[in-house]
Design a protein around this ligand. Structure first.
Ligand SMILES: [Zn+2]
Length: 274
């Protein structure tokens, strides 16, 4: 699967009261990938895992960004392409919509499967739509584009439901490909048993080595925009801290080097024990 967090770098995408679309898309992509890969039936590759655009060092322009973005996706190659976004409008608007290039293809089938799961999120269901957008048209694989919420009018909902949205999207993908996708391992209601907590985007690949071995866990970014992050970690029975300063909380395993390279070594070593 090719996951594409929309926008990035010089292009923030739509901007909400406290967050930017580019950051929300990146967080959602990573959460979705971890849930999907826990099935061991999918592998996810990313057009980006950091805050970057596809023009640098050239100045940003949207046509070049999309062209290079699609080139990256096609070079990576995959069974399907998913672009993650937040919607925005000049007026108050709410809900989720999933786009495909046109009716009748596999892209539409995937879009319908994701839409069916997202319709259960308790947000407005705006359905499957069609658009002749560059990333849908020029990717050499079935492609969908997910508009998760309207950042201008429901940012708080978008942030509060990130984990549920990630699960819904992963389950929609699973439904299409005939793979059962389960919620991250939980102990009691809404309490994650295992979680991997990475520090910055550069620690994400180290964190994934561990999440794959755990085979089902929550994924948090300490630098991310999840306002409940510290509460989440406290509720977690076995948090694995990857990068940044060590956290001395009950049950925690720290894989924290003095920088990302040392963190990667510590994470790989710990993953081998799992
Ligand atoms: Zn967007």
């Amino acid at each position: 699967m090719i996951f594409d967090p929309g926008h990035g770098g010089a292009d923030p995408g739509a901007v909400g009261p406290t967050t930017k679309e580019k950051d929300n898309a990146l967080v959602l992509v990573k959460k979705t990938a971890v849930i999907l890969e826990a099935t061991d039936r999918f592998r996810v590759k990313f057009t980006r895992t950091t805050d970057k655009d596809f023009c640098a060092p050239a100045p940003f322009n949207v046509d070049l960004d999309l062209k290079n973005r699609v080139k990256v996706a096609n070079t990576l190659g995959g069974d399907a392409f998913y672009s993650f976004h937040n919607n925005s409008a000049a007026v108050k608007a709410y809900g989720n919509e999933v786009y495909a290039l046109s009716a009748g293809g596999e892209g539409e089938k995937i879009a319908k499967a994701i839409r069916a799961r997202m319709a259960l999120l308790g947000m407005v269901d705006r359905g499957v739509k069609y658009a002749n957008w560059y990333v849908l048209k020029w990717t050499e694989m079935p492609a969908v584009l997910i508009e998760y919420g309207f950042i201008n009018s429901e940012e708080a909902v978008i942030l509060a439901k990130l984990d549920q949205a990630a699960l819904a999207i992963a389950q929609g993908i699973g439904d299409h490909f005939g793979v059962s996708v389960e919620a991250p391992r939980k102990e009691g209601e809404n309490v994650f048993d295992h979680a991997v907590v990475y520090f910055t985007d550069t620690d994400f690949s180290s964190a994934r080595i561990i999440s794959r071995k755990l085979g089902g866990c929550a994924m948090y970014c300490r630098d991310g925009n999840n306002a409940n992050i510290h509460k989440d970690i406290e509720n977690c029975k076995h948090p694995v801290i990857v990068g940044g300063a060590e956290l001395n909380i009950p049950g925690a395993t720290n894989c924290c080097g003095t920088g990302a390279p040392e963190t990667a070594i510590l994470a790989a070593r710990y993953a081998q024990t799992l």
